[in-house]
Design a protein around this ligand. Structure first.
Ligand code: PLP
Length: 373
């Protein structure tokens, strides 16, 4: 019988899409999860040159080209002082595939995966697709994840916990002390820490720390991507970094499911990682200015909102009926419960939108908030 597998029957299409579909054509979209900047010209050129010379015509090594993996390893040295063997890297189809192969390689049927709630929608869905049991845990008042909450949630059935800093949907950044704790928990409880670092470069104060820097065992898998840092969401290029034995298991999933990441995208990523980084700095500065604008606007409207320290999202607490009212007036925001049960009573606003549009949206939000109070 052509029945469907239980693992896909339990997963539904993301609630975020539904919000976009409900919005009018002229709506100001604060729902987007991608930077509103172009991909750096030198990254595009990397792909164009590879295509024109024919270098991008064929499969690459399953793990990705040696040059790209060297560029990724060099990045970890540059950013974190970590010595990564290029052989312990797999280039993937975005951070999404990185997450998928990590879970597929480490989660047995029924095993639990702990992740932040509200959190990125794929943690729950990809856990289910790996036949695992999702175990969402709530956040602190400031919307960071308390390592103690993770530690308390660990049972004999726990395969892994996912952390995400800077975070989608909250914009929260975990402190270095928290990252040290997550590494200790992974070491002491012998569970895998999956560190989703796709927003690692979009931090406004201080810098991002990775548990990879602090773990004493190989119980940390770090994943990242060009998607957010280089405004390359459409290119679909990410990676995982882990110990050789873990990479070898993840490669089995990647090799049969994907063969290799898209070759043109790999050449673009290599150029992005090895080329000038000024455009990233400029983007982060712009995001910080917009963050301040959004924070002021929301606070003036009387909403309570923890200060987002990274990514390009703000997550205010909102009254009942607020999201509908804002949407009716032509501003798209995503209701917090699209990111998990604990997200109810919040909304996610993305400020990957031009400053003028943001100002207009904030005025509408001000009126809408007064109307629902
Ligand atoms: N992780 C987080 C926290 C995200 O927000 C996203 C995309 O929105 C991803 C992973 C997936 O990134 P990619 O587009 O590289 O697959």
């Amino acid at each position: 019988m052509t029945d469907f597998a239980a693992r896909v029957e339990q997963v539904s299409i993301s609630g975020i899409r539904k919000v976009f579909e409900a919005a009018g054509e002229d709506a100001i979209n604060l729902g987007l999860g991608q930077p509103d900047f172009p991909t750096p010209a030198h990254a595009r050129r990397g792909a164009i040159e590879a295509i024109e010379s024919g270098r991008a015509d064929a499969y690459t090594s399953n793990k990705g080209t040696p040059q790209l993996r060297e560029a990724i390893a060099a990045k970890y040295d540059r950013d974190y002082g970590l010595e990564i063997d290029p052989d312990d890297v797999i280039a993937t189809a975005g951070g999404s595939e990185a997450l998928h192969i990590t879970l597929q390689a480490h989660v047995d049927p029924g095993e639990e995966v702990i992740f932040p709630d509200p959190g990125f929608v794929s943690y729950d869905a990809l856990t289910r697709i790996a036949d695992g049991t999702p175990k969402p845990v709530g956040l602190r008042e400031d919307l960071t994840l308390d390592p103690a909450t993770v530690e308390e949630a660990i049972t004999d059935e726990t395969a892994a916990f996912v952390i995400n800093s800077p975070a989608n949907p909250t914009g929260a950044v975990q402190s270095e002390a928290d990252m040290r704790e997550f590494a200790r928990i992974a070491d002491e409880h012998d569970v895998l820490c999956i560190s989703d670092e796709v927003y690692e470069h979009i931090v406004f104060n201080g810098e991002h720390h990775s548990p990879l820097q602090f773990a004493e065992t190989d119980n940390v898998v770090a994943l990242s991507a060009c998607s957010k840092t280089y405004s390359m969401t459409g290119w679909r290029l990410g990676w995982v970094v882990a110990s050789n034995r873990r990479i070898e298991r993840m490669l089995r999933v990647h090799q049969y499911g994907q063969a290799c990441a898209s070759a043109p995208a790999q050449y673009a990523a290599e150029a992005a990682l090895t080329g000038p980084q000024e455009q990233v700095e400029e983007m982060v500065e712009t995001f910080e200015q917009r963050r301040d604008l959004v924070l002021d606007g929301l606070t003036d409207a009387g909403l309570e909102v923890p200060t987002p320290e990274g990514a390009f999202y703000a997550m205010p607490k909102v009254p009942e009926g607020w999201c509908e009212e804002v949407l009716d007036r032509g501003v798209v925001v995503v209701p917090g419960d699209a990111f998990g049960e604990h997200g109810a009573g919040y909304a996610r606003l993305s400020y990957a939108t031009g400053t003028e549009e943001l100002k207009e949206a904030l005025e509408i939000i001000d009126d809408a908030t007064r109307a629902v109070r």
